[in-house]
Design a protein around this ligand. Structure first.
Ligand code: GDP
Length: 602
């Protein structure tokens, strides 16, 4: 196969993969993968899972053609891979299990009408909302149909770049696969079907856009049969419901079909059992702090409970349902937006309730440490020192900053005065300036773009601090504006006037002097300690006095040109601009390292 004349390598990838594993699979640095995703507007960290589509896009940009390892995923499916929340329900006392609303996720190819369908269902049926009332977008909502509740996961964002999509199939009881009747089965339709099958989640096909004149229902059914979704009217076991999300037609039939499929499944949980569920989405709200949408999957979550999700935890101060109404309790299959976590958990993470904040902290510390040891493997420091190196190498002619400040009123003067500093040889490039605490996404941005984070009257949240440490990203805190600008200025100067530091590499003793015509004298030496390097300098000592200095012009071991010669070996050394060697001279080999003086101040 070829792509722009270059050969494309084939690779098989699983339905979900971490950034680290993907990087390994396609043989690039995890940071390169993070950068590619960032360029597409997706912020991820190295341990985050992304779905196959996302991985395939990144892989293709790096010269690989990825195919989904469906069979592998199916083969590997065993009890160990059943989601934790399902295992918790399986371990509950059967007598305590009661029916719960089915959790439905909508998957499908881009533009086939997922969002339109979710909106149509939301607006016609949202449970508990006033007629015409506004519902809150919290990543999930519940509707009522014929007296029965159904929970829909309503994952925002570009489908190909939401890691939640694959997890959606894991967290859901039923997948509604939207297929546009005019477009038919497309690559993402196949992949969505593969994800659902791998997670053993039943699929209902919503054959959308039947209002379109070029809709060809039979052709699409044929295509569905070809990918193993044989319509029930053809004696298969896939319900196919023709709908028009735009004209709100067939929605009742679709909801009917969902309840029918749900009836045949064992959709149960123990409302009095262990409290566990999935983080649907999370963000920081200026007024409310961390707001996380949690889908309760077993047990009943209550205000006052101590929740831990990944490494964020806290006592729940308040809970809101999908209509924005305050609630005190949330039972199985209920999505709630909660206040009280100390940090933003990741979508797709499991949450659970623990006895006390002390327990939560202990778990958090343990998780942070495991995470840290994993992260350390891929540690890539982005320090000012490193920035300086890239500057020296000519890669960077600018100091890249990410500015976080407490209020708009301080952000503006900071940004303005920093821009003022940009007049010299090196520019200050403010990649991102925003109010709010320093978050993981700031650190990711800094790490992927070699920037330094500057915080003014703000703090870094725990996850951000941990990540900065793991990635070696510098974070500087200030509470006085002129101190901040002063330091940046010093940093810039430091970059312009680097301090030079001499590093001695080794010594050699001159044992013979050879004259080579047209070249001059070469010192035949024995390396007494350290090493002599080709791209280094030599200082010649005679009876304790320096008699000459210059860069190494040639370095040979026997007759071969070499890059270095270690202690205990003989070599021939030529020095640029000096050849008056004498037997008994001592040669000192050293390099000049440039250090940014700014390092200490900024
Ligand atoms: P998504 O990418 O799957 O979420 O697709 P959207 O819901 O954004 O829909 C993509 C486009 O198809 C939009 O322009 C919708 O208005 C249009 N669309 C969605 N459903 C229907 C439908 O039933 N009939 C017609 N004619 N257009 C539809």
């Amino acid at each position: 196969m070829s792509n722009n004349g270059q050969s494309v390598k084939n690779i098989q990838l699983p339905a979900t993969i971490t950034i680290r594993d993907l990087a390994k699979a396609i043989d690039v640095s995890p940071i390169d993968v993070i950068k590619k995703l960032m360029a597409n507007g997706v912020m991820v960290n190295i341990n985050q899972q992304i779905d196959f589509d996302t991985a395939a896009i990144v892989a293709s940009e790096l010269g690989y053609e990825a195919t989904l390892e469906v069979e592998e995923t199916e083969k590997k499916e065993n009890l160990g891979e059943i989601p934790l929340w399902r295992r918790v329900i399986l371990s509950e006392d059967v007598n305590q299990l009661v029916n719960r609303p089915p959790v439905v996720t909508i998957l499908g190819h881009v533009d086939h009408g997922k969002t339109t369908l979710l909106d149509a269902i939301r607006h016609t049926n949202v449970a508990g909302a006033e007629v015409g009332g506004i519902t809150q977008h919290i990543g999930a909502y519940q509707i009522e149909h014929n007296g029965q509740l159904i929970t829909f996961l309503d994952t925002p964002g570009h489908a190909a770049f939401t890691a939640m999509r694959a997890r959606g199939a894991q967290g859901a009881d039923i997948v509604v696969l939207v297929v546009a009747a005019d477009d038919g089965v497309m690559p993402q339709t196949k992949e969505a079907a593969a994800h659902a099958k791998a997670a053993h989640v039943p699929i209902i096909v919503a054959l959308n856009k039947i209002d379109k004149p070029n809709a060809d229902v039979d052709r699409v059914k044929q295509q569905l049969a070809e990918i193993g979704l044989v319509p029930d009217e053809w004696d298969g076991d896939t319900i196919v419901v023709p709908i028009s999300a735009k004209q709100k037609k067939g929605l009742e039939d679709l909801l009917e079909a969902i309840l029918l499929v749900a009836d045949n499944l064992d959709i149960k949980a123990n409302p009095r059992g262990k409290i566990i569920g999935t983080v649907i989405e999370a963000k920081v709200d200026r007024a409310k702090g961390v707001l996380a949408t949690l889908l309760v999957q077993n047990g009943t979550l209550e205000v006052g409970d101590v929740v831990i999700a990944g490494i964020s935890y806290g006592r729940l101060k308040a809970m809101f349902d999908h209509t924005g109404k305050k609630v005190r309790k949330a039972g199985p299959s209920t999505p709630v937006s909660v206040m009280g976590l100390n940090d933003v958990p990741q979508a797709g993470e499991m949450f659970e309730v623990v006895n006390s904040e002390k327990d939560a902290r202990a778990i958090m510390i343990e998780r942070t440490q495991t995470q840290k040891s994993v992260d350390n493997i891929a540690k890539k420091p982005v320090t000012l020192e490193q920035l300086f190196d890239s500057f020296q190498a000519g890669d960077v002619r600018e100091l890249r900053l990410i500015i976080k400040a407490d209020v708009q009123g301080s952000l503006e003067p900071i940004v303005n005065s920093l821009k003022e500093l940009s007049k010299g040889e090196i520019a200050v490039n403010i990649l991102h300036a925003e109010t709010g605490n320093i978050s993981e996404s700031d650190v990711m941005l800094a790490s992927a773009s070699n920037a330094v984070i500057v915080g003014f009257n703000v703090q870094a949240d725990t996850a951000a601090r941990n990540m900065a440490e793991a990635e070696g990203v510098s974070i500087r805190y200030y509470d006085i504006i002129y101190r901040l600008t002063e330091d940046v200025e010093k940093a810039l100067k430091g970059m312009l006037e680097p301090e030079e530091k001499e590093v001695t590499l080794g010594h050699a003793e001159v044992r013979a002097v050879f004259h080579i015509s047209k070249v001059g004298n070469i010192a035949g030496c024995y390396v007494t300690n350290g090493e002599i390097r080709r791209n280094a300098r030599i200082r010649v000592f005679r009876k304790g006095e320096v008699v000459g200095e210059g860069a190494v012009s040639s370095l040979k071991h026997l007759t071969e040109d070499v890059r270095e010669v270690k202690q205990g070996f003989e070599c021939g050394i030529g020095v640029k601009g000096f050849d008056a060697f004498e037997k008994g001279d001592t040669l000192e080999c050293f390099i000049i390292e440039k250090a940014a003086i700014s390092k200490d101040v900024f």
